[in-house]
Design a binder for this molecule. Sequence first.
Ligand SMILES: *Cc1c(COP(=O)(O)O)cnc(C)c1O
Length: 426
Amino acid sequence: MNYQNSLAFALEQDALDPLKNFRSRFLIPQHHGVDAVYLCGNSLGLQPASAGKYLADQLSNWQNLAVEGWFQGDDPWLNYHKQLLPSIASIVGAQESEVTVMNSLTVNLHLLMVSFYKPNHKRFKIIMEGGAFPSDQYAMESQTKFHGFDPKEAIVEIFPREGELTLRTEDIIQTINEHADELALVMFAGINYYTGQLFDMEAIAAAAHKAGAYAGFDLAHAAGNVPLKLHDWGADFACWCSYKYMNSGPGGISGIFVHEKHFNNPELDRFAGWWGYREDKRFLMAPGFDAAKGAGGWQVSTSPVLLLALFKASMAIFDDTGGMGILREKSVALTGYMEFLIKELNKRLGEDVFKIITPADPQKRGCQLSVVCKRDAKAIFQYLADNGVIGDWREPDVIRLSPVPLYNSFQDVYQAVQQMAAAIQQ
Ligand SMILES: *Cc1c(COP(=O)(O)O)cnc(C)c1O
């Protein structure tokens, strides 16, 4: 696209945007009576305008049907989560039987590790990206300790080469090959939360399998952001939260993927609970766990229906977009526009005051740009916040800005970079 550094260009792109009507389906935070420029969907997606109604419907069922709500009404709670599965499967590229919704993300990561990290003295290592989200680091560390290993030996982190900011796929594959004999699991993010780098999950999964290890992915920053093909890539398992790009609200429900190739594998342990019991016999309450077939067999506890209701409000919006392909097209254009404007600003300033550390190749990133601020980083971030541009801050000097195709506009992006320019003037 031939971008232009003008408000007129931004407004023109907004007028041409096939997704432009989706913005009105979200509640945009207000700043001095006008829409804030919200570029923080990587941390907490905006509230669907319909969320209140979805929630109120279930509160009303609870009021009117009470316990019968599990089996009666338009939307019996017993099967409520199943209505979400087609949308989720389409977002992560899975079959419906390969996904379910349950718990929260780090909890699910631990539960999946119970099945997919069963180290022995020959194979005990986990390879992950250096600088992974802290919760994932703590989860891996505590899992290796739980199995009696020293995390320093069992966890291999891959860092960028000297002088580089992000990982090369060839280096990831080489590290996997180097540790192949001792490798139990390759556990990677889909997109790194700090740099915004999108990893080649297909290549990583293939290398892990060739080494005789499992491949798992944390898709917190990828699900609902970039198209995924978990089934075709052969990922063994994955999990994600839905409160970032999937707009399910603070602490919203998480999701998991288990590849169907594992459905009949009796070797896989799991921590069981009654919600994962085969449905036709769950209420016989018999002794002896008999798992439901599919990802649903990993469920542990009763569905949190109120969280599911909020998630459903957002999934209904995703369904109406026509899919991740259409969202991705706008996303690439929108993030490309922000990159263009930031580069223009650096040119005008005569130095790279705002250094983008996210890969420049759209195939290697989602919507987020991570920007290192070379001058008065904290003050610039504060100026942006005071002027209604909401990004987020990561120590020591990184501002993450994520234009989300569902509700952000080219005008938002234009205004954000205008404010970055104004911040430098101050
Ligand atoms: C956001 C995020 C989390 C948060 O996990 P919770 O259990 O939902 O608190 C974990 N891992 C990654 C990679 C994340 O981006």
